[in-house]
Design a binder for this molecule. Structure first.
Ligand code: G3P
Length: 219
């Protein structure tokens, strides 16, 4: 299991976090993890999993997997495949990659067969409560309207919803959407968050190492 609090940078499909640049950015995460002792992971594109996981020892996640097994499933993200390429787990149902409830359930079962750590994303407290019944390893609470927001975050705009999301489940809850300051991290931790899913603050930073160090200093 992952050490918490955990900071996961979601590389999404940002240009700054694709291909060789994904490797370089992951190495920065490794450096900061080594230097600070903070629990830091990255969630990279499927095509970058192998290369990134060969270059770092911090946990590497896939951003999405499909409920398929070995066989005839062209174009899918095979859970065993992401595992074989170095992923220790996967995000599921991210706001930018939503899937129906039955697919979440099937995918969780497939991921479990491959012993992947499963992080299910929900957009509001009701979804967090509902998805908790599916017993993933982590839930991630991300209000979509604050994803990529600048100057505001779930911690500044909706702190009470973080407390509520944490209250409706005993599964550790990660928080994301606009997280960009140490204050966001502090507030969320105080409200019971067990970690973070962050993208733009790191991937778009001119100095990702500096901002990542600042953010995890709040752990
Ligand atoms: O998965 C992380 C995410 O959706 C939050 O994105 O850019 O608001 O940190 P961002």
């Amino acid at each position: 299991m992952l050490k918490t609090p955990i900071f996961i940078t979601n590389f999404k499909t940002y240009e700054q976090a694709t291909g060789q640049r994904a490797v370089d950015l992951a190495k920065i995460h490794q450096e900061v993890a080594d230097k600070t002792g903070a629990s830091i992971a990255v969630a990279v594109q499927a095509c970058d999993l192998w290369r990134v996981s060969q270059e770092v020892t911090i946990p590497v996640f896939a951003q999405h997997i499909d409920p398929v097994d070995f066989g005839s499933f062209t174009g899918h993200n095979l859970p065993q495949g992401v595992k074989a390429n170095g992923a220790i787990g996967s995000l599921l149902n991210h706001s930018e990659r939503r899937i129906p409830e039955d697919v979440i359930i099937n995918t969780l079962a497939c991921a479990q067969k491959s012993s992947l750590i499963r992080i299910v994303c929900g957009e509001d407290v009701a979804e967090i409560e509902k998805f908790a019944q599916f017993a993933p390893d982590f839930l991630a609470f991300e209000p979509p309207e604050l994803i990529g927001a600048s100057g505001k975050s779930v911690a500044t705009e909706e702190p009470e919803s973080i407390a509520e999301a944490v209250k409706v489940t005993s599964i550790p809850v990660l928080v994301g959407a606009g997280i960009s300051t140490a204050k966001d991290i502090e507030v969320s931790l105080k409200l019971g968050a067990k970690g973070f899913l962050v993208a733009s603050a790191i991937t778009k930073a001119s100095n990702p190492k500096k901002i990542l160090t600042e953010l995890v200093s709040a752990f």
